[in-house]
Design a protein around this ligand. Sequence first.
Ligand SMILES: Nc1ncnc2c1ncn2[C@@H]1O[C@H](COP(=O)(O)OP(=O)(O)OP(=O)(O)O)[C@@H](O)[C@H]1O
Ligand SMILES: [Mg+2]
Length: 291
Amino acid sequence: MSEVGGSQGRRREAAGPASGVPSEQLDTVSGANESGTVSDGGAGAALLRISHLRKAYGSNVVLRDLSLDVPDHQCVALIGASGSGKSTLLRCINLLEVVEDGQVFLQGKDITDPRVDGDTVRTTVGIVFQSFNLFPHMTVLDNITLAPRRVHRVGRRAAEADGMAMLERVGLADKASAKPDELSGGQQQRVAIARALVGKPLLMLFDEVTSALDPELVGEVLDLLAELREDGMTMLVATHEMSFARQVADRVVFLADGEVAEEGSPQQIFDGPTDPRTQRFLRRILDGGRL
Ligand SMILES: Nc1ncnc2c1ncn2[C@@H]1O[C@H](COP(=O)(O)OP(=O)(O)OP(=O)(O)O)[C@@H](O)[C@H]1O
Ligand SMILES: [Mg+2]
């Protein structure tokens, strides 16, 4: 199992890529808000609040009544059996899926309101998948600057300065001119993370970002996630890496039967789970030597 995250110690002041996001950023997410008819998540709401979410594929109800909060600057690990709906949940938050019922609030704004623009939400909520999806014919720096330049019309010079700063952040400034296939899997995934961070998202979603990596490369990516947490990034991380969930996450959420079966501190979940489904899941992991 890979070593992750140095210290569980005191969080640095938010000074990393997560910082500097204007608080009014989300005003643009919900233009509908001007009408005053879009509900909000309530005063003092978490950065992300998921309320009674329901998502089905045909007759397969994947998320049936799922509620979950992700507070500002916290790293929440999402664990659960294969098929329990972790990826589906992340895709719903990022509006890559249409939900049947329930709401997702970001900074108190209901982003599941049909009038909300999905592309705007996706610039605010970054997502990184298991597969890196880098363009093979483009350099690392061009991969990172593509969206700022094409979508957000940032000038080349400014986009490249931001891109280089982000490559510096993930420890890959020396690979700016390389093509993705000249990089290791772990390095490619760090580039994919840099690409998601360059738009200064408020929230990052990670979906099994180490699953496609050779075991010896897993640690460098999990270490980067641990650093982002230390920087104050708000993160929801679907993972099978129990060491990460245990050592780095502020809270652990266990999904089963389409809902949050149990949530708590890593210590609560791993050392004293109370729901029989969590107990069974962790026993299987333990028996498999993965905890
Ligand atoms: N696009 C889709 N169309 C139909 N069914 C889907 C689709 N995506 C997911 N599902 C179904 O939804 C359920 C949850 O899948 P999901 O990928 O969210 O699980 P997961 O918890 O991420 O699993 P894993 O740990 O294996 O990644 C599964 O039964 C799956 O077959
Ligand atoms: Mg998944």
